[in-house]
Ligand binder design. Structure first.
Ligand SMILES: Cc1cc2nc3c(=O)[nH]c(=O)nc-3n(C[C@H](O)[C@H](O)[C@H](O)COP(=O)(O)O)c2cc1C
Length: 223
């Protein structure tokens, strides 16, 4: 499966089977997490076989079931780009997981913090998690905005820009808000902005990763 196919096939999955993630896939995911952390200065951690974040004797969190594994999305509190980087690198890991046949769901609210399961150093914070495992289903597509609602471009729209925006529209965003806008400026410079919303800067990082994959990094520069 290519990354573009992973973008098309990925949907949020909230109910998981108890099938464990195979050791070779855990190793590959951990290597990718380490690589992302080295590149970004983040402290993302893959937590395996830890059901407590999504259940307790008293509460079942939201519509989730069978979540045994997740990514703890952690990074330095004083990094002004923290949320955008978490979105960008987190989605890179999400799409690799999809290519491995796994399912995922970004989760900002409906989980319980379990500090014993991961390390949050002084000066760091946990912003959200991403559930990961074998879904009971592959999930379903979300309602999407139109290209015109989320992009601006004077004159004819280049194919690469359209492909990028289309891929961004397939991305996960908190409560499916899709509060982003891509603007094409002279010299193939692309500006991506978030409108005010809920975890909208994490969304911005996520949609920028999708855009980059589909538009092709060589076709433009970020403004
Ligand atoms: C930053 C972020 C936070 C999210 N938080 C939650 C959450 O707390 N609970 C939940 O059920 N889904 C959560 N989601 C999943 C979104 O609801 C989902 O991505 C959106 O509805 C689009 O559906 P899709 O991912 O299947 O394309 C979150 C997604 C993102 C990107």
């Amino acid at each position: 499966m290519t990354i573009l196919e992973a973008i098309e096939q990925r949907h949020s999955v909230r109910r998981y089977t108890l099938q464990p993630i195979e050791a070779d896939k855990v190793i590959a995911l951990k290597e990718l997490v380490d690589q992302c952390n080295r590149e970004s200065g983040l402290h993302i951690q893959l937590v395996i076989d830890e059901p407590k974040a999504f259940s307790s004797p008293l509460v079942h969190y939201g519509t989730f079931s069978g979540v045994m594994n997740y990514l703890a999305m952690i990074g330095p509190s004083d990094d002004p780009l923290l949320d955008e980087k978490l979105g960008y690198y987190g989605e890179k890991i999400v799409l690799e997981a999809q290519r491995m046949g796994l399912n995922t769901c970004w989760v900002a609210l409906t989980f319980r913090k379990n500090r014993k399961a991961y390390t949050v150093n002084a000066g760091e914070k946990l912003r959200c998690v991403v559930a990961i495992g074998y879904g009971q289903s592959q999930g379903a597509g979300h309602k999407i905005k139109t290209i015109d609602q989320v992009s601006q471009c004077d004159g004819p729209m280049p194919d690469w820009f359209r492909r990028g925006v289309e891929a961004a529209l397939l991305a996960p965003t908190a409560i499916n808000q899709q509060k982003f806008i891509f603007t094409l400026h002279e010299g193939n410079r692309v500006e991506a902005r978030a409108r005010w919303g809920f975890y909208e800067i994490i969304d911005l990082g996520i949609v920028k990763y999708h855009f980059e994959v589909a538009a092709g990094k060589d076709n433009f520069t970020w403004l």
